[in-house]
Design a protein around this ligand. Structure first.
Ligand SMILES: [Zn+2]
Length: 72
């Protein structure tokens, strides 16, 4: 017997609204792009509410990238 389950849990594509991984604020990606407040790390895009948060992230991207995920 096969007990295979098709896992389609990866349907997470918030393309319009992102969350600032540094401060946790919701960020409009379009606005962030216009202001150069978007950064890519590990194949994911991160948007920031301001240059201060972006610079913090760039200083320690791994710490914030992991914190921004739904880690158990
Ligand atoms: Zn922020």
């Amino acid at each position: 017997m096969s007990d295979e389950t098709v896992n389609t849990a990866d349907v997470e594509t918030p393309d319009e609204i992102g969350v600032d991984p540094v401060c946790g604020m919701p960020v409009d990606l379009e606005v962030a792009r216009e202001n150069d407040l978007v950064s890519e790390f590990a194949d994911r895009q991160y948007a920031f509410c301001g240059a201060a948060c972006r610079d913090r992230f760039l200083g320690q991207p791994i710490a914030y990238a992991i914190a921004g995920r739904d880690a158990p």
